[in-house]
Design a binder for this molecule. Structure first.
Ligand SMILES: [Zn+2]
Length: 248
């Protein structure tokens, strides 16, 4: 089965090291005052079941200089949790985190799914969303934009958005797409059975009111680029992660 060519996104990410931890960062987000973010690699397994999960999460928190690192139990839904206090997070199942508190790192764990960072640094509000193909179908990118508008009064055109390394169009094969994907997904079909989920997310963010020039797509495919954990490639695998925080 021939794979379609990888879409020609300019690579907006640069390598960073913090306390010997390999990270990737979006150049455009790094230029925003008050914002801190990073994407980890295979170097650090953040999976809850991983033997090193606790120490690795603590290492990530320290490397980024965060007061607190928070995550939720991701279930491919659309629930978003606001972290507005110092309370322990409920053991709730959710797929998004938002905060207006500095020093709190919002972590999405991944192995092919997208993490979608939403940031209005001038308003001091951020979110991090978990969106696999089920998240795209459920409209998770737009739900994140709406959540920030309702809870924090952030207008969509104030937001910057970044889509982490994830399943690329090159490897985005859905053999059962006729059953699994809705009709409106048709524009994102890029081969016989291949779909471009990054393009779907970009479309969903733009439709929700995010300015096109403020949306940054990593374009790095977790399946065919070896630096990340990939469920599709390895089946039993760890998790890398994307973190965003407001600087203290
Ligand atoms: Zn690929």
């Amino acid at each position: 089965m021939p794979s379609p060519d990888k879409p020609s996104y300019a690579d907006p990410m640069i390598a960073r090291q913090r306390e010997e931890l390999d990270l990737l960062a979006f150049q455009e987000l790094e230029a925003l005052p008050g914002l801190l973010h990073g994407v980890t690699t295979r170097q650090l397994d953040l999976a809850a079941a991983g033997p090193q999960a606790g120490p690795n999460l603590e290492r990530l928190r320290r490397a980024l200089g965060l007061r607190r690192l928070v995550w939720v139990r991701q279930v491919h839904g659309t629930e978003i949790v606001a972290v507005d206090g110092e309370e322990a997070l409920p053991a709730a199942q959710a797929d998004g985190l938002a905060t207006d508190r500095p020093g709190v790192g919002l972590l999405i764990k991944q192995a092919d799914c997208q993490a979608v960072i939403l940031a209005a640094p001038q308003k001091g509000v951020i979110a991090n969303l978990h969106a696999g193909w089920r998240g795209n179908i459920a409209g998770m990118p737009a739900k994140g934009v709406e959540f920030l508008a309702q809870r924090y009064g952030v207008a969509p055109d104030e937001l910057y958005a970044a889509v982490s390394p994830s399943l690329g169009a090159c490897c985005g094969e859905f053999v059962n797409w006729r059953e699994e994907l809705p009709q409106w997904f048709a524009p994102f079909r890029v081969g016989e059975n291949h779909f471009d989920l990054e393009a779907a997310t970009r479309h969903q963010l733009e439709a929700a009111g995010v300015r096109p020039q403020r949306i940054f797509i990593s374009g790095r495919c977790t399946v065919c680029q070896g630096e990340f954990f990939s469920y599709r490639r390895d089946k039993t695998t760890g998790r890398f992660g994307t973190v965003v925080a407001l600087r203290e």
